[in-house]
Ligand binder design. Sequence first.
Ligand SMILES: *Cc1c(COP(=O)(O)O)cnc(C)c1O
Length: 857
Amino acid sequence: MPPLPDTKANFHHKRSVTGPIPHQPPKWMPAPESLPIWQKFTAPEGMDLESVQRSFCRHVTKTLARTAHNMDDFAAYQALALGVRDRLIDKWNITQQHHTKMDPKRIYYLSLEFLLGRSLDNALLNLDIKELYRDALKQLGFRVEDLVNEEVDAALGNGGLGRLAACFMDSLSTLNVAAWGYGIRYTYGIFQQRVVDGYQTEFPDYWLNFGNPWEIERLDVTYEVRFRGYVNKIVEDENTVRYVWEGGDKVVAVAYDVPIPGFDTKNCINIRLWSGKPQKEFDFASFNEGNYEKAVEEQKTSENITAVLYPNDNHMVGKILRLKQQYLFVCATLQDVIRRFKKTSRPWSDFPGQVAIQLNDTHPTLGIVELQRVLIDEEGLSWADAWDIVTKVYSFTNHTVLPEALEKWAVPLVADLLPRHMMIIFDINLFFLQDVERKFPHDRDRLRRMSIIEEGHPQYVRMAFLAIVGSHTVNGVAELHSNLIKNVVFKDFVEYFGAAKFTNVTNGVTPRRWLYQCNPRLASLITEKLGTRAWLKDLSQLKKLSVFADDQQFQAKFMEIKYLNKVRLSEYIRTHANVTIPPDFMFDIQVKRIHEYKRQFMNILSVIYRYQRLKGLTKEERAKEVPRAVIFAGKAAPGYFIAKLVIKLINSVAEIVNKDPDVAQLLKVVFIPNYNVSLAEVIIPASDISQHISTAGTEASGTSNMKFVLNGGLILGTVDGANIEIGEEVGEENIFFFGKLADQVEEVRHANRYRRSDVDPKLRVVIDLIDQGVFGDPRIFEPLVSTLTVGGDYYIISADFESYITAQDVVDKAYKDKAGWSKKAVMCTALMGKFSSDRSILDYCKRIWKVTPCAVP
Ligand SMILES: *Cc1c(COP(=O)(O)O)cnc(C)c1O
């Protein structure tokens, strides 16, 4: 038999060097006489009209192999994107070289989700080359505005958590922090939503179909990842044993880099996304045995690991593939982080000074265990030294207090997939509980409550507890939420560790995307009025706008922009949802993931209430009413039956209301399909009022509330999450609060459980209309409606309903006063400085990561 080919050598060319290593001569150096040539031909791409036109045409003809006579908008988008990519890479290289030279502390932001949206417009604006490209492409026969719409969203996230990671990357880059994002390159992002017969249907989001110019494939940056296998115990001498994890299956993680340009800086940082690949391209042994299928199978299973993003928002589903994703992610990431650290030949004791790792929720918590494993099993550190390093490196952001969202993994599942990690988790827990016992002797219930292992059949690993124990700092994402963490969910841990470990960093959003990019007219007005665009890097400067809040001319300009944004959205709704909405209606918007705790159900119930009220009015009375368009968008998790029924109800109500001539001048209802970042950019600048109406104490922060108010839209909301802090900033007169407070909710729930009385009378009117079949077959909605009655109304819709309807009337009244409303809108934009993600990131840098900027000179 001929020898088998060396498949590893054939298929995996691994890099021998990864950039210059300080204090060490590089392995390859250009000959001195070749340096000028290198310098000449690696000079950054030109930033003048001729250069960008030349690179556009070069990409058209050479990269895409097309011609001027064989072009469409998509090809033009591709050529444009590739030219911008070249310029991003120039900046990226300069940044990385600078960081290698300075060797600052690196911040690693670990997130299973990055909801980036589109990149082209953002890159053009952050690099300040949009005008240049507009002129350059105009001469070539294209409009930049058309081409940016050709891009498909990078939708590697579900909602707020993933979008937060994206906003944070923009701020980290803009603030010149030496940061890396790490995540997974899912082949399928969040599903595409279409509405068929009023129901959500899901379609795969194969976003890479036409290539992705915003990633750099690094086929030579790969790491092996092991699953299963066994743990070998090695007795080195009488008091040393060592464990080695061996056997099992190995897959390979391949790096894909996504450059993230900062605004008005030379800095350009990186998000490194991992993709699963088979370790061997092909199992030749199986192949030679004639088992072709088995050989292909192995390839498929490793690629499966990173194939699809789990589409659940704030909901844990314990699928083994998800656990594999989490481990592949942290395993590859830590190898990369450690390799970068080791290039400088520092001792391990330097690691916490050089590396800070932030866990975006519990999804990357296995990283804590993995680092401990590497340090003790592979690097030979003692348990104590290793654990000291681990707990100085990690910090953890909690994103929710919803019980169904808290991650826990069955012990047998973890033990099977990651046997050594399961051992280490038990040890971490043992040492931790021994310490708890010392501090609180004879308190067995406390030990049970605080154990990382939840007892039962099976046992479970409580990931949040593991994350707390393995981190130096734990933060919530808004004041109320952080207080709930401290005083309720993790109370025992505060008593044990002390309050200083637990803190708050209120979320923020990047003003570059969520004002400058999505609302260019308003951004120009602000820049014109303030005489500078410095506000884009220091959002608190917006407060200088407040002196114009009573200025009639300024109000008129501000509201004219709002109107034009409403025209743009109305046009979008006409073409994508087939509903005509007059732009002079009040635009009342609720867009976010569909979830019971967010209470879109309560919103549509109130729309039904309004509908029947309007129908009961005389013609004269109707003339005094404020015309309203109630606009919904958002995805429901494919397995979340009740949430999907809410979408159906919204569409059924829309169908009846929109064709009823009695209310044609007063009420429109629409559900816009496929909510994503680029749709949010069209929707948000067009709101008069937006709804953030979660049951008090359930929405950790919310970030779309910030985006809306920043764009001069008011909030109708509950006293929850960041709504509270927004209210503090903009003033009580510029926000419409209603509903029970967080500390009243338990009382209401208790009463609901034993409720003999009926639901709120206004809500009863609405339920009766649904039951009578006004919105179609009531049997369809029965499971949804019964959550309010026999279901115990966990989200207290009934208890909040009266207050909600009253608040809606207050909104109507306020809207009738045009000047009054305009002033409120201006004040909203003016007073939102706090909610820039730059402020959040500076807060993390100062109080959690202890790092200062490292700007490229
Ligand atoms: C900002 C944003 C979210 C978060 O919305 P919340 O109302 O805070 O839940 C979700 N999805 C997209 C596309 C966003 O841009």
